[in-house]
Design a protein around this ligand. Structure first.
Ligand code: HEC
Ligand code: HEC
Length: 209
């Protein structure tokens, strides 16, 4: 077996083990309490967890556990963002779990309409998302984010029903090493993607349901 295929097998095994462990190991919050704490979030993320500005991610229908983990990462500074650092600074672990329970229980935004230009980009993005990029040893995105982009609780986020601009921005941050994320997985992946491939992937994921 080549080193590259050994690496892909290893990634697949880690993914499956991770999914099994993660599906049982996070504390569930209280969605009703989360609703009461979410008023301040609605200004940017929308009352229904679907935001008006594409730089602010949609939170509705995100995988349970991921929102709490990202809020903790903003609070600790591990995920650097001035706006969200300010928002997370005053949140307790219980607040994070409650907000997580609330937003993850909401209906995701399945109404995304792509422009003609985005549809053309998405065709190339689909091949990368579903087949990976063997030349750079990059596994298929769907092996961790799911064939429909719904993600796997708690560490593999939903990437569908999300703003194209936000997805592109995050992949660029990973590529530059400015966001490293869980186990550096996405940093290693995005490092090997070109800016054009990132555009294609972002367009594809945005239109996935
Ligand atoms: C002033 C606008 C603003 C407010 C208010 C705000 N956010 Fe955010 N939020 C953002 C922006 C911008 C980002 C993207 C930051 C980045 O690039 O890391 C973000 C990112 C996030 C993410 C990461 C999502 C992902 O897909 O990785 C979570 C989770 C989040 N916000 C939750 C919240 C919660 C919960 C609140 C309320 C307590 C809140 N936000 C309030 C603007 C805001
Ligand atoms: C081996 C598993 C794995 C594979 C394969 C994978 N991802 Fe990820 N992805 C993750 C994890 C874990 C995270 C959360 C990282 C963090 O904590 O920042 C993530 C986060 C993301 C995010 C950020 C989402 C958000 O809400 O901020 C995007 C976008 C993304 N991945 C796109 C992709 C694309 C495109 C591919 C294929 C080229 C891909 N991923 C392949 C595991 C994976």
């Amino acid at each position: 077996m080549s080193n590259k295929s050994k690496k892909s097998v290893l990634v697949a095994v880690i993914t499956v083990l991770g999914a099994l462990v993660n599906s049982v190991s996070f504390a569930a919050g209280d969605a009703e309490a989360g609703k009461a704490k979410s008023a301040v979030c609605a200004a940017c993320h929308g009352v229904e967890g679907i935001s008006a500005l594409p730089a602010n991610p949609n939170l509705a229908g995100q995988v349970p556990g991921y929102i709490a983990s990202q809020l903790a990462a903003y609070k600790s500074g591990e995920r650097a963002n001035a706006i969200m650092a300010g928002q997370a600074a005053g949140l307790s672990e219980e607040d994070m779990a409650d907000l997580d329970a609330y937003f993850s229980s909401m209906t995701p935004n399945v109404e995304v309409k792509l422009t003609d230009e985005e549809v053309a980009l998405a065709e190339a993005g689909a091949r990368l998302y579903r087949g990976g990029f063997a030349e750079r040893g990059i596994a298929a995105c769907m092996s961790c984010h799911g064939p429909s982009g719904h993600g796997i609780p708690k560490n593999y986020p939903r990437v569908s029903a999300q703003h194209r601009e936000y997805l592109e921005q995050q992949l660029l941050l990973y590529k530059k090493g400015e966001r490293r994320g869980y186990n550096d997985i996405m940093y290693s992946i995005a490092f090997g993607l070109s800016e054009q491939q990132i555009k294609e992937l972002a367009a594809y994921m945005a239109g996935l349901n």
